[in-house]
Design a protein around this ligand. Structure first.
Ligand SMILES: NC(=O)c1ccc[n+]([C@@H]2O[C@H](COP(=O)([O-])OP(=O)(O)OC[C@H]3O[C@@H](n4cnc5c(N)ncnc54)[C@H](O)[C@@H]3O)[C@@H](O)[C@H]2O)c1
Length: 133
C-alpha cells in the first residue's frame, strides 16, 4: 500500500506495534498520523520524537480510551486534518481473567473494531474525503 500523502488514524499507537506502525508510516511519507492511546506519557513522547524528525504536526497524539471517547477523538482528527484515509484498529489488551474479559471484549472488539468502522463509514468522514480529491 502506498502511504504517501495519506491521513491515518491509529488506536493504541503509543507503544508496541502501534508505535512501530506510526514510525513506519511517517518514515514512508504519510501526510499525517493521528495517534490515539490512553498512555499519555508514551503518546506525547512519540509525538515529540516524530515531529522533531519529520516536521511539526506530522503526528498528533490524542489521549483516547477507545471505550470512552473514540467519537470525540475522531472529531478532533477531522478538525485538525480534514479527512481520514485509513483507520488502523490496533488498541487491544490480552487478559482473559474473569473480572477483565468483558473489558477485553469492549476494547478489542466492540469499541475498537466495530465503532471505528462505523465512524469511518459515516457520511461526514466520507464527504470530507471525497472533497479533498
Ligand atoms: N504482540 C503480539 O504478539 C500480538 C499478537 C496478536 C495480536 N496482537 C494485538 O496487536 C495489538 C497491539 O499489540 P502490542 O503487542 O503492541 O500491545 P501493547 O500492549 O504493547 O500495546 C497496546 C497499546 O494499546 C493501548 N491501549 C490499551 N487499552 C486501550 C484503550 N482502552 N484505548 C486506547 N488505547 C489502549 C496501550 O496503552 C498500548 O499503547 C493488540 O490489539 C494486540 O492484542 C498482538
Amino acid at each position: 500500500m502506498n502511504v504517501k500523502n495519506k491521513v491515518f488514524l491509529i488506536t493504541g499507537a503509543a507503544t508496541g506495534i502501534g508505535a512501530g506502525i506510526t514510525r513506519a508510516l511517517v518514515k514512508e511519507g504519510a501526510k499525517n498520523v493521528a495517534a490515539l492511546d490512553v498512555n499519555v506519557d508514551a503518546g506525547e513522547a512519540l509525538q515529540k520524537e516524530l515531529n522533531e524528525q519529520h516536521g511539526a504536526n506530522k503526528v498528533l497524539f490524542i489521549k483516547c480510551d477507545v471505550t470512552q471517547n473514540l467519537d470525540s477523538a475522531f472529531d478532533e482528527v477531522m478538525k485538525q486534518f480534514g479527512y481520514i484515509d485509513v483507520v488502523i484498529n490496533n488498541a487491544g489488551i490480552m487478559n482473559d481473567a474473569p473480572h477483565i474479559y468483558e473489558k477485553e471484549i469492549a476494547i478489542n472488539v466492540k469499541r475498537s473494531v466495530a465503532r471505528c468502522r462505523y465512524l469511518h463509514i459515516k457520511e461526514p468522514f466520507r464527504e470530507s474525503y471525497r472533497k479533498e480529491r
